[in-house]
Write a protein that binds this ligand. Structure first.
Ligand SMILES: [Fe+2]
Length: 283
């Protein structure tokens, strides 16, 4: 099972431009998924699908992903609006007014959370969503489960983007997942960078964005004193591939670009492949 994840696409950042930069970056990533060596089983779009939540941007996104050869599962981010998202992707399940649903993937459950309060930048997770998550987890206690949520529930050190680890929505989320040992991983977005941590004993990965990345600057920030630091950088668009082999979820990320190959599998490389193969047999 190969789960592809793309995130923070931000279609419509250049209002009214059907040929905008963020759509070009998305196109490169989609071509990599469809034409590259790693055809996924599904594509998760983990929020901030558009910049302003407008119907025109969702229509452009739906058009861009229409040729994608695998099922597409959208999620809410803080730049999204539920109504226009569901209009553009009507196959998306929703419950109790939130874009939250669970997928059964051949022995693995993928639970999609909605961590947005519309027009709020940071995360949100109310009692109703916490109850829904807890009931989903209680109903399938022995099925390995991955949780996908746009907002990561931890402080990354990129100060201007960070939440406070003591926010109430994080406490509600923590209580909902507490004691559910079937959770193998949490997949997030929002921070526009590739970040990994162990959160309450659960592996957590943040997928880098297809839109331009958030610059890696771990220094403190004073909102009263603009210091000229780089905040957004034009690093390559990226994707994540989460490989489930029945025992373990392994997360890969890939920056997408026209990078030259430095070696091919040919007669020159064949001894290396054979050596590693023989060690694997003998190990
Ligand atoms: Fe976001």
């Amino acid at each position: 099972m190969l789960i592809a994840q793309i995130t923070d696409i931000h279609v419509g950042f250049e209002r009214g431009n059907p040929d905008e930069y963020n759509l070009k970056r998305l196109g490169k990533v989609l071509r990599r998924l469809s034409d590259g060596p790693n055809r996924p089983d599904l594509l998760l779009m983990s929020g901030d699908l558009t910049e302003y939540g407008d119907a025109e941007s969702y229509a452009r996104l739906a058009d861009a992903v229409a040729q994608c050869p695998v099922p597409i599962w959208p999620m809410m981010g803080n730049h999204d609006l539920r109504g226009p998202l569901l209009d553009a992707f009507p196959q998306t399940p929703a419950s109790e007014g939130f874009v939250q649903y669970a997928l059964d993937l051949d022995g693995l459950r993928l639970i999609i959370l909605d961590t947005t309060d519309e027009w709020r930048h940071g995360g949100a997770f109310c009692d109703a969503r916490a109850r829904w998550l807890a009931s989903e987890l209680e109903a399938h206690p022995s099925t390995p489960t991955v949780i996908a949520m746009h907002h990561p529930p931890f402080e990354s050190g990129i100060a201007w983007m960070d939440c406070d680890a003591d926010e109430q929505w994080i406490a509600r989320f923590t209580a909902a997942v507490s004691g559910h040992r079937q959770i193998v991983s949490i997949l997030s977005g929002h921070l526009h960078r590739n970040i990994h941590t162990l959160w309450n004993g659960i592996a957590l990965s943040v997928c880098p964005s297809t839109a331009p990345l958030v610059a890696l600057d771990l220094g403190p920030i004073d909102s009263a004193k603009p210091d000229g630091r780089t905040m957004i950088s034009d690093e390559p668009p990226a994707l994540a591939l989460h490989r489930w082999d029945g025992r373990q979820l392994v997360t890969h990320t890939e920056a997408v670009g026209d990078f030259p190959a430095m070696a091919h599998f040919d007669e020159a490389m064949q001894p290396v492949v054979r050596l590693i193969e023989s060690e694997r047999r003998d190990g």
